[in-house]
Design a protein. Structure first.
Length: 159
C-alpha cells in the first residue's frame, strides 16, 4: 500500500512520465495532468459511488481483459457523469489472480486497466487517468475459491 501511495505522489510531481516499471512489480502508464485540481471533490466521489456501488471494481473472467456487459454500462455512466469536469483524477488499478507467471499477470493487469480506460476515453480526457498494474502482488483474496475477486480493475477517484 505504501508503494501505491508513493507511486501516486511521484506521478503527481512528475510532468511527463511515459511507460516505466516501479520496483519491478507495478507497471504504470501516465499522461501528464495539466488540469486544475481542487481539494473538494466529494460530489465527484458521489457520482462514482452511484455508478459503481460495488466499490468501483470491474471484474474480469479468467485470463481475460474483456469487459463484461454488466460492467460496461457502469463504466459508461462514470464517463458520462464526469464528462466536462476537471476536478478529479481516476486511478485505474489492474490486478490478476496468482495463477500463472508473475510477468504475465503484471501485463494482464495492465491490459485490464487499459480496457477500462478505453471505455472511459470515449468521454474523458487521457490526462484524467492513471493506469497502474499490480498483477498478483496485491491480492483481494488468497483463497483459491475466491480468486475471481483478484481479476479486477479498481477505479478510484483522486483529488
Amino acid at each position: 500500500m505504501k508503494r501505491v501511495v508513493f507511486v501516486c505522489a511521484a506521478l503527481m510531481l512528475s510532468v511527463g512520465c511515459s511507460k516505466s516499471v516501479v520496483n519491478e512489480d507495478v507497471v504504470i502508464d501516465d499522461v501528464p495532468v495539466n488540469t486544475p485540481v481542487v481539494e473538494d471533490f466529494s460530489d465527484a466521489i458521489d457520482i462514482v459511488e452511484k455508478a459503481l456501488p460495488d466499490g468501483y471494481t470491474v471484474h474480469f473472467d479468467f485470463d481475460s481483459y474483456n469487459i463484461r456487459p454488466v460492467d460496461l454500462g457502469r463504466i459508461h455512466r462514470i464517463a458520462s457523469d464526469l464528462s466536462g469536469r476537471y476536478d478529479y483524477r481516476l486511478e485505474l488499478l489492474g490486478g490478476a489472480c496468482p495463477i500463472g507467471e508473475e510477468e504475465y499477470n503484471i501485463n494482464l493487469g495492465k491490459l485490464r486497466a487499459e480496457a477500462v480506460a478505453d471505455v472511459l476515453l470515449e468521454k474523458l480526457p487521457p490526462e484524467a487517468m492513471v493506469i497502474i498494474s499490480v498483477g498478483e502482488r496485491h491480492l483481494v483474496s488468497e483463497d483459491p475459491a475466491e480468486y475471481e475477486k483478484n481479476r479486477r480493475c479498481e477505479i478510484t477517484i483522486k483529488g
